[in-house]
Ligand binder design. Sequence first.
Ligand code: DAH
Length: 375
Amino acid sequence: MSGSVSGVASVNLGDLTEEIARIERDVESNSRAASDIDALRTLESKALGKEGALGALLVTIKSYPPQQRGPVGRALNEAKVRIQGVIDGRRKELRAAHDDAESQRAADFDPTLPGRLEPMGALHPVTAVQWEIERIFERLGFTVETGPELETEHNNFEALNIPSTHPARDMQDTFWIKNGMVLRTHTSPVQYRSMRKFGAPLRVIVPGRCFRYETIDASHENTFHQVEGLMIDHDISIPNLIAMAKTLLNEVMKREVEVRVRPGYFPFVEPGIEIDMNCEICGGAGCATCKQSGWIEILPAGMVHPNVLKAGGIDTAEFTGFAFGLGLTRLAMMKYGIRDIRVLNSGDLRPLVSPRRLSGPVIAPHSGDSASAHD
Ligand code: DAH
């Protein structure tokens, strides 16, 4: 647009018109690109604000000769209206899209769905180690068995080659029920139950809670956990047992555990051994926990006594077996550096979930049905 405007000669608006057209093109493409209302607001003030592109041109009106100011002002005002129209149009589009998304989200939200379950808390140290042991032995072809905490005297003692006159009974004084049953003193009665139930060959582990008549102190409890192990097959011998014990201890402790094997006496094994591990608390140097010896009795074991195999209905001419009675509570204390056994059964959860002492993995669904083995 050039030449005479409103009858005033030689008003040349060419440059201005071009500049206005450029600003409008910019606004158009930028408003199309604006993805939300905020971006559009910025664009609006950049174009139309006092300091904006069009605003800067408005300021220049004064510099035109008086007869040109009218047409310049008109051209700028018309441009302002068009630009405002473009921006308002885009604002409407963005609002509509936003409302659509909102109503879609509202439609997608199903208030009847259950909440999302966040993992929380931590496993009890004994449970954490028990689950770990179950996984190790399941991999080695063992099944996880359970037995009752209230046992017959026969299963807890006689079936394990401990007749009523045997001095070994003194070491396992326990709580007797009036009907003659006992709170089991060890998980060993499930050896008998499993042999009766499955016969040979056999590979089972039995995690479980045991009870003894004990004076409670930092290392003695009347209620504690063991994991019994029993493997019966052809040609089973002590080296199999020691290999199994090392695998177990190394995997739970996540290090190469040093073990010491000593003879030990238990009526239900012959020969009987004690497998000790070097003390985790002092690293073997000697401390109160290991009674200054550097070693922790962790895994009493042996070759199953023929009388026990016979009681379980196993043919002793064909099969031999090893058994062990892991001190699960003790191993958990070692693994997590818990020095006082009383912490484990107390109602005070703080020392059990202390962030300074990892007390176990975050609760996660346990695969397999061995979860039923948790006492
Ligand atoms: N039942 C024994 C106890 O609680 C531990 C034990 C020792 C279990 C030797 C075994 C074994 O299976 O072979 O003292």
